[in-house]
Design a protein. Structure first.
Length: 318
C-alpha cells in the first residue's frame, strides 16, 4: 500500500506494508480522510512528530475477529487506551496515561491504504450518511465535548472566536444545542456558512469586543486567539480552549485572576452525539469541503489545506 509520511516539515507519499491487525483490532480500508489543523501543526513540528498522520477518516472494515464488522463503513475514536487504569475505568480513556493516538502519538495514522484500530473504538456510519460527511465525525465529537464539560443554557449568547474548520463546527453544534451563537472570524465566505447555520457573524478587526460574553470558545488555532478570547470574556465567565497550537502562548494571567475567568481545556469527545447530529443532517458540512485529492497527491493536498481561510481538504482512496 501507500502511506503519507511527515518528517522535518515535509509531506511525502511512500510505499508501506499493509498493517497486520492484532487481537481485538480491525483492519480498515481507508475510503476518505480529512486534513485538520492538528495535521498541519504536526507538519510544523507539534509533538516533534515524524511518521504517518491522519485521524479523521471514514473507512470499511476488511478483517476483524467478529465477522459482523466485515464490510461495515466505520469511523473510529482515535485514542487507543490501556483499558485498565483509573481513567479508563471512568470511561475517560482519552486521558489514559498509557494511550497511543491514531496519527498523532505512537500509532500510524489513517492517511494510508489501510489502518488498524481496536474494534471497541469503532462506530458504524449510519446508512444515510455519505463518506464525505462521515469523515467529519471526529471533529464534530470534539465540538460536542464542550457540552459534556460545561452546561451552557439554551438561548444564551456564546462567542465562538474563529471561522476555520473546527470553529465552524463548534458554532454549528452549539447552535443545534440552542445557544445564541456569535461567530467571529476574518473570512466572509466561511462566516457565510456560520450565518446560514443560524449564527450572528462579525468580521474581526484589530480589536474584539471587550468583556462582553459569559461564554466564549477559542477556536482560532492561533496563539493570538487566546488573548483575544480572554479579552472578550466577562468577569466570572467561562472560556473554552479548543485550539491546539505548536509552541507556547502568552496570556494575561492577571486578567484571568482579577476577573475570575474559568479556563476549560477541551479536546476529543464522544462519537455518539456526533453521529446523532450526522444522522439528523443538522450540520452544514458539504459547504465546508474545499477540495478533494487522491491519496497519492497528499503533498499537494497539504499545501492547499495550509492556505489561510481554506476549510476541509479531503484525501480519497483509489
Amino acid at each position: 500500500m501507500i502511506g503519507v509520511h511527515i518528517e522535518d516539515g515535509e509531506v511525502s507519499v511512500r510505499k508501506a506494508r499493509r498493517p497486520r491487525r492484532k487481537r481485538g483490532e480491525a483492519l480498515i480500508r481507508l475510503r476518505v480522510g480529512g486534513i485538520c489543523n492538528t495535521d498541519l501543526e504536526l507538519q510544523r513540528g507539534y509533538y516533534g512528530f515524524a511518521g504517518r498522520p491522519g485521524h479523521e477518516f471514514a473507512g470499511e472494515v476488511v478483517s476483524a475477529g467478529d465477522p459482523a464488522w466485515v464490510g461495515r463503513r466505520v469511523v473510529g475514536e482515535i485514542n487507543r487506551a490501556c483499558g485498565k487504569c483509573d481513567w479508563c475505568k471512568r470511561g475517560l480513556g482519552r486521558h489514559c496515561p498509557h494511550r497511543t493516538v491514531l496519527g498523532i502519538a505512537g500509532h500510524p495514522g489513517a492517511f494510508a491504504g489501510y489502518l488498524t484500530l481496536p474494534v471497541e473504538n469503532l462506530h458504524r456510519i449510519p446508512a444515510s450518511v455519505p463518506d464525505e460527511e462521515a469523515v467529519f465525525a471526529e471533529p464534530i465529537a470534539a465540538a460536542c465535548e464542550i457540552l459534556d464539560q460545561v452546561r451552557i443554557p439554551k438561548g444564551v449568547p456564546v462567542a465562538v472566536l474563529g471561522d476555520g474548520k473546527l470553529g465552524l463546527l463548534v458554532g454549528q453544534v452549539l447552535a443545534a444545542h440552542g445557544a445564541d451563537v456569535r461567530q467571529f472570524g476574518r473570512h466572509r465566505a466561511n462566516l457565510a456558512i456560520a450565518e446560514a447555520a443560524g449564527a450572528k457573524v462579525e468580521i474581526v478587526g484589530r480589536e474584539t469586543p471587550a468583556a462582553k460574553f459569559d461564554w466564549v470558545v477559542d477556536a482560532t488555532g492561533s496563539k493570538e486567539g487566546l488573548g483575544a478570547a480572554i479579552r472578550m470574556t466577562r468577569p466570572r465567565g467561562v472560556l473554552v480552549l479548543k485550539s491546539t497550537v505548536h509552541g507556547k502562548a502568552a496570556i494575561d494571567a492577571a486578567r484571568v485572576v482579577v476577573d475570575e475567568i474559568t479556563l476549560v481545556g477541551s479536546r476529543c469527545g464522544r462519537f455518539v452525539p456526533a453521529l446523532r447530529l450526522l444522522k439528523q443532517g443538522r450540520l452544514r458540512l458539504r459547504e465546508m469541503i474545499d477540495s478533494r485529492f487522491p491519496l497519492p497527491e497528499a503533498p499537494r493536498a497539504f499545501r492547499r489545506a495550509s492556505k489561510r481561510g481554506v476549510l476541509k481538504v479531503l484525501l480519497e482512496a483509489a
